[in-house]
Design a protein around this ligand. Structure first.
Ligand code: PA5
Length: 464
């Protein structure tokens, strides 16, 4: 079962001058050749590319740990943000029952519930503790840097709470950490406290970490076949090895998007036609946005490039965003993500046959309805000369999801190199982090505080 990509509708043969012409492919050639070489040369440092192949021992450890712990806890709670939260949410939503946490335990095959506490909205933790008893949870503190304020603050609250209720020894068993093997505070804390821990390997940044213990541990704790995920990723790695753009789907996806960007398509919409893939759009938005939105290129020139990812859901957004996509500015490429075979079937009964607007639905399945609505949207977008393309999963399984995740990661790396930027850093996030530290008077951030204090005050006349 293989992911398919159909890019007919981004070509000028289908959508006229809004589409890509042979001249666009020819013009991209020098950048494409450079990007392809960088992908090959830099592969040894892109450790996330090896994750499908080198984790047999880690997988065995994770599975043994799940077996040891799962009967002891009601919920597995992820404390993490950004790459540490979006991947676990996306995989859980894709592969498990949509109302997983609400199912009785036996219908979850004895696995605990899953919660992901990414934000520091004060209501969130309080409401979580009203929902599950913290002493019946296993908390997974995920932070590669080991210093992310949001995650570490949640950890501190929970550590104190657990120790007060359980004592230090029992509390220790309720915390498992995923972090860098030597850098940052979390690994120091792990060693001091004796917590169980997993490593985020070198060369695996947050948004590229779903296939390492960052994503595998939460997935395994809710019964997901993590070996299947890795198997699918390995299959996609095989398909993405070719330096020939016509044989490498991730390279082609990246190239199409970068050519689209060159034609003013500053936005890419990812619109799955499956509720199960809804959060894949959120995960992709971080991957594409944080990796490609950059001030400098690799030579230090100011470029301010990037393509804004937008999340949508078919068919829901046909009744919300599609009007804009079809008739608004020509600034988007729309990626429809379809599924050949849904995991369930439901048939509409033959009622109201005398009413033409309802009668045609009788005997039709929702499977046919959603697929035809996807085809109809594709037709309407193409008729309106809007760039659109389709990714199709034969069925949502651990293997095909692994393919999709790995495909998007490789495509993002290609896109970064096509733009001649570093897709693996995120310097733009640092300014906000430093300003937060300054506002709290953290030692070492006095100059930042002074800089903030010196900024011109807001003018009251513009506040209504
Ligand atoms: O992709 C990234 O690098 C970020 O989104 C990080 O995942 C996020 O900032 C959390 O960082 P950390 O894992 O260091 O806590």
């Amino acid at each position: 079962m293989e992911l398919r990509m159909d890019y007919n509708n981004v070509l000028d043969s289908r959508i006229g001058t809004e589409g890509l012409a042979q001249a666009d492919f020819d013009a991209l050639k020098p950048a494409a050749e450079r990007a392809s070489k960088m992908m090959a040369d830099n592969r040894p440092s892109m450790k996330w590319r090896e994750l499908p192949h080198n984790q047999a021992e880690i997988v065995a450890d994770i599975k043994a740990y799940v077996t040891e712990m799962k009967g002891d806890i009601d919920a597995f709670v992820v404390l993490g943000i950004g790459g540490s939260a979006l991947g676990p949410m996306a995989v859980q939503q894709a592969l498990n029952h949509p109302f997983y946490n609400e199912l009785p335990r036996e219908k979850r095959n004895g696995f605990p519930k899953l919660y992901v506490v990414d934000n520091v909205d004060p209501e969130r933790l309080v409401y979580l503790f009203q929902t599950v008893d913290p002493v019946r949870c296993l908390f997974n503190v995920i932070s590669k840097s080991g210093s992310t304020s949001e995650t570490m603050s949640q950890f501190m609250i929970i550590k104190e709470m657990l120790e007060k209720r359980l004592g230090k020894e029992a509390a220790r068993k309720r915390i498992v950490c995923t972090t860098d093997k030597e850098k940052g505070n979390l690994i120091k804390i792990v060693r001091e406290e004796g917590y169980k821990y997993y490593i985020v390997p070198d060369g695996v940044g947050g948004r590229f970490s779903q296939l390492c213990p960052v994503g595998l541990l939460p997935a395994a704790f809710c019964g997901i076949d993590i070996e299947g995920l890795l198997e699918g990723a390995a299959q996609m790695d095989e398909r993405c090895k070719s330096p020939c753009i016509y044989e490498n789907p991730a390279y082609m996806f990246a190239a199409l998007h970068m050519m689209a960007l060159g034609k003013g398509k500053n936005i890419t919409v990812v619109m799955p036609y499956a509720d199960s893939l809804k959060y894949i759009s959120d995960w992709f938005a971080q991957l594409w946005g944080e990796s490609l939105g950059k001030h400098f290129d690799l030579e230090g020139n100011v470029v301010n490039v990037g393509q804004t990812p937008v999340k949508a859901l078919g068919v829901t957004d046909q009744h919300s965003q599609v009007q804009l996509y079809a008739e608004g500015p020509f600034d988007k490429i729309i990626v429809l993500v379809g599924v050949d075979e849904y995991r369930e079937t439901i048939t509409i009964p033959k009622l109201y046959e005398d009413m033409p607007s309802l009668g045609f639905l009788g005997g039709v399945t929702h499977n046919e309805l959603i697929k035809n609505e996807q085809l109809a949207t594709e037709y309407a977008l193409t008729k309106a000369n809007r760039m659109n393309m389709t990714l199709t999963l034969p069925r949502v399984t651990p293997q095909t999801l692994g393919q999709l995740l790995y495909f998007f990661e490789v495509a993002t790396a290609y896109a970064g190199y096509l733009l001649n930027i570093d897709p693996f850093d995120q310097p733009g996030v640092e300014e906000g982090k430093n300003a937060t530290y300054a506002l709290f008077g953290r030692p070492g951030y006095e100059a930042k505080k002074a800089e903030m204090d010196a900024a011109p005050p807001k003018d009251g006349k513009y506040i209504m």
